[in-house]
Design a protein around this ligand. Structure first.
Ligand code: NAD
Length: 262
């Protein structure tokens, strides 16, 4: 039975990189990994949320580090990863959590025919190409180290009829499942696992602004009878990052309260 923390290259605690860690699900993942003894680096795009997250976590600088980094900007990502490597050594766990689900001003989802090429491309860039960039950047050192954990945050919308999200979002999250499987196959011989967590409706800043009617109808489809919490998603991420999950790779794990779409 495997126990203990993943090995590190520096003899200190393992390092985790979480994208979109300033709020919502990502923030709870950051908090959970910190509590579990990891060094945690996170990136996000809004300075006020980053500041709020750092103030609320109040961890010392050798345990927590944040960067204003857009995952679609390869240079920014590379600079940040270099900085973390210089400070803490190699990153052993990557959580690709940053994601966007743009809605119109009335919070409705844009239909295909009303969607511009730019709207489509932006969502694919953040939700799918962002994880690709980070996996490509971090996998070589995980391979060299003989250990690594990659966790992609997908969505029920990538697995079932998307009822609340747009076509760009559903396609990006379905693509992330394919990327998870392909990366899992490549990396499995090197001690690196790659899995996808597919949340259903989770209470967060992303779902909060939805109309009451949208949330009521979403609730009616969840057999467990409530929305999930970001902490529950963080528990699952912590398990997948642990040595105990060493035989799970290429999997997409639903966390939906029993919902599986229409
Ligand atoms: N909340 C839900 O119900 C739900 C359901 C299924 C899947 N998800 C997925 O979970 C993840 C987190 O969702 P959430 O509800 O916490 O969202 P959120 O909007 O509350 O947080 C998203 C975070 O990602 C960051 N981010 C956005 N674009 C970025 C970029 N280009 N570069 C770097 N960071 C960026 C934001 O700054 C923010 O910190 C997303 O991938 C989302 O698709 C959420």
């Amino acid at each position: 039975m495997p126990t203990g923390k993943p090995k590190t290259t520096e003899g200190g605690p393992s390092s985790v990189l979480v994208t979109g860690g300033a709020r919502g699900i990502g923030f709870e993942i950051v908090r959970r990994f910190l509590n579990d003894g990891y060094r945690v680096a996170f990136v996000a795009t809004k300075a006020n949320y980053v500041q709020r997250a750092l103030e609320s976590l109040r961890a010392p600088e050798d345990r927590l580090c944040a960067g204003m980094v857009d995952v679609t900007q390869q240079n920014e990502v590379e600079r940040f990863v270099d900085q973390i490597r210089r400070r803490w050594g190699e990153i052993t766990v990557l959580v690709n959590n940053a994601g966007i689900s743009p809605k119109r001003v009335d919070q409705k989802v844009p239909w295909l025919s009303q969607m511009s090429q730019e709207e489509w491309a932006r969502v694919i860039d953040v939700n799918l190409s962002g994880p690709f960039t980070l996996i490509r950047l971090l996998a070589p050192s995980m391979i060299a180290n003989g250990y690594g954990r990659i966790i992609n945050i997908g969505s029920l919308a990538g697995r079932a009829m998307p009822l609340i999200a747009g076509p760009h979002y559903a396609a990006s999250k379905a693509g992330l499942i394919g990327l998870t499987r392909a990366a899992a196959r490549d990396l499995a011989p090197h001690g690196v696992t790659v899995n996808c967590i597919a949340p259903g409706r989770i209470l967060s800043d992303l779902t909060g602004p939805a109309e009451a009617a949208v949330n009521r109808s979403a609730l009616s489809r969840i057999p467990i009878g409530r929305f999930g919490t970001a902490e529950e998603v963080a528990h699952l991420a912590a398990f997948l990052a642990s040595p105990m999950a060493g035989f799970i790779t290429g999997a997409t794990i639903d966390i939906t309260g029993g919902e599986f779409g229409a």
